[in-house]
Unconditional design. Structure first.
Length: 204
């Protein structure tokens, strides 16, 4: 049995999908319908993850792992030769975790009201302002670096790329964030990223 990624096209599970392809690991992608909570292999999402959301990574021994920062680091550690995460215990690894926590709790979650049809216009406007504030800070951090941790692509880049991409779907204009624009272009051009985007129908 190989790894199974339970995900939904274009959501945060895309970051895990990119990481699996960057790592060169064999995996199966199983689609989850977030409305019905059914998976395309006829399982209940809540049976896989009681918390009721994607991504869920099913491991070869049948265990499941959830929460994007944990899943991304697990995948990176399965293929250490790919350099998708610095070695455990190094300061660079804590920098990676710092980025993953920021992207997860400060950026990803700031989009929540924008994807919720029940949100008021006021809540949406507040979310747009928060996302813009966060991405403006990210733009400044990019400085001279190609990727978040410096010259090497890591799983944090997969996650930031996916979250920054959501701005297109919710009408947030980030064209003034020039370094972020160049950065997203560089990530988008990676062969594994192209493969994941194509597989999820996000590019042709
Ligand atoms: N804390 C979770 C958040 C995951 C999450 O927000 N998943 C979204 C897609 S990006 C989802 O499945 N939402 C459906 C729902 O909450 O009903 C993680 O890091 O994995």
């Amino acid at each position: 049995m190989s790894l199974k990624l339970y995900g939904t096209f274009g959501t945060c599970s895309l970051a895990v999908h990119i990481a699996l392809r960057e790592a060169g690991l064999p995996f199966d992608f199983v689609m989850v319908d977030l409305q019905t909570r059914k998976t395309s292999d006829d399982r209940d999402l809540t049976a896989l993850n009681e918390k009721g959301y994607v991504p869920v990574l099913e491991l070869e021994d049948g265990q499941t792992l959830t929460e994007v920062p944990a899943v991304l680091q697990y995948i990176a550690d399965l293929a250490p030769e790919k350099g998708l995460a610095p070695p455990t215990g190094t300061m660079a690894r804590y920098r990676l975790q710092e980025w993953l926590s920021f992207i997860n709790s400060e950026l990803h979650k700031a989009f929540g009201p924008l994807f919720n049809p029940m949100s008021s216009e006021e809540a949406k406007a507040q979310s747009c302002a928060k996302v813009m504030e966060r991405l403006t800070w990210v733009d400044r951090q990019l400085g001279q670096h190609t990727f978040l941790l410096g010259g090497e692509f890591t799983v944090a880049d997969a996650y930031l790329f996916v979250a920054a991409g959501w701005t297109k779907f919710v009408g947030i204009d980030i064209s003034e964030l020039k370094r972020l624009g160049v950065y997203c272009g560089q990530v988008a051009g990676r062969p594994a990223v192209q493969e994941a985007l194509r597989a999820e129908g996000l590019i042709t």
